[in-house]
Design a protein around this ligand. Sequence first.
Ligand code: ADP
Length: 597
Amino acid sequence: MRKSKWLIFLLTIAMIFSLIGCQPKDSEDVTGDGLFNPGTYTGEGQGLSKIKVEVTVTEDKITDIKVVEHNETPGVGDVALEQIPAEIIEYQSLGVDIVAGATMSSNGIIEAITQALEKAGADIAALKKVPAKTVTKTGETIEKETDVVVIGAGGAGLAAAVSAHQNGAEVIVLEKMPKVGGNTIISGAAYNAVDPKRQQLQGIEDSVDKHFQQTYEGGDKLGKPELIRILVENAYPALEWLESMGMEFTDEVFTVLGGLWPRAHKPVEPLGTGYIKTYMNYIDNNSGIEVLLNTRATELIKENDRVVGVKAETPEGNLIVRARNGVVLATGGFSANVEMREEYNKIWPSLKNLKTTNHPGATGDGIAMAKAVGANLIDMEQIQLLPMGDPETGSLSGNIEQAVENRIFVNKQGKRFVDEGARRDVMTQALFEQEDAFMWVILDSKNYPTGDVKNNFNETIDELVAAGRAYKADTLEDLAKQIGVDPDNLVEAVNKFNEAVETGGPDEFGRTLFQWKIDTPPFYAGARVPTVHHTMGGVEINEKAQVLDVNGNVIPGLYAAGEVTGGIHGSNRLGGNALADITVFGRIAGENAAKNK
Ligand code: ADP
């Protein structure tokens, strides 16, 4: 008896231990009556990189989500990795919204958490129901007053906010998304400026006049010359202004896609994060600029012909912000607004089914608000496409090119079809004429001396190859086989290109930008399609960034800067001119709004 009692006791202890032993990571053999089998479970998902999580659940609650591995883009994807787990825990639901501008990272983290919860025995379909968010609108309208109101917290808006503050103003920034940065933070971020230091060291001849000419002629002389002058003359001072606030650019300038000349500056931080961080550091370290997220401006308030404030919506209710000095519109373009694209596009085939490089907030709100108070809109039909979109997402990420000089484009037959150093519209038009409007970027290992060299989007070439987003081969013939193009055509295209590198061109397509031959294995290929990138048209402004009405008169109290404006880039914006534009005019708009007492 005694012996068997001991045995039962020992067995009980063993069972308790074995149960405890079952609970840690990935136990699947414990069953219970609750929503989950308590424990900690791992899951994996695919964002731009592999995302690994550990999810801890009790019987009826998700209590903790840890991201244990990822390599998502700082300031973009990693925002999703913070926000989505927090919301899943808050709402106990997988039906949460994806984070704007970070679609792939959002889907990747949701996939990883879903996998872990499946292992925890959860009813995934039930968890995917969209949560009833418990935000209660008070119905009250809150009123605030400040000197300068800025609408939009992208590059132009934050430049305006900082500049207004430096000119003595108190500022409120309204941003409709749950984060700052807009398109600027996810952009390639190249900044064109004639640079007396860097270009000289590299032996590059350039001048402000040349930058002017290329911008004016590159936009088919549609841009307003007086605005282009302001842009090219102030590009370098504005770059120095950014540097004075701690922003770093690399030592060498380069030619960005469609930039036509080596005057593009590359930030040290990935994508556009450097700009946004610089402004946000300033804002954090100085009192007097308030940034309100999740706050969507809906209407400009005009009294006695003067813009005096903004109406907005917040999760808590309505907001009115009155501006003692001025309002700066910096809401960006409308590339993500398919209806507006269809309304204004007169130049391209239908853009309905094209994807965009833009964040989902680029819906042209500012254009509609300005129009409602009488602003003149110009060049609205000028919509810029890029030939460099990811076939899946439309984003520029995954683009393997390192510099315009060192890669070629081939179509599905393996043949070149355009000067790859040409204007963006010329290249995109040529791409539309190829089978399926589809092409491969081809380059060699001089661009990627090792597998861990990154592209401009913080992705290593090894990661891209592993994810099936790029192809790698030791011979061009093998590369051709992998991507399904005719090997003879590809070899011939590369040989001809290499001959042109030797002579310096122009080659049969008129190409003149060359640096290296494509001759050092391994060779790489990456697929690209047209994508909607930038809307050149918008609100008309003058040299002081004041908004003009349909009769060419200033609308007092209203300023605009950045992609919401039109009339600078004409029919075609040069690569690298957007960051210069939004910084220069954001800075001018902020200063003039502050001084408009
Ligand atoms: P730019 O390059 O001109 O600065 P961005 O796209 O970088 O343009 O930034 C524009 C910002 O304006 C984005 O963050 C976008 O979410 C924000 N925005 C757009 N419409 C509104 C609106 N109605 N209210 C508040 N913010 C807005």
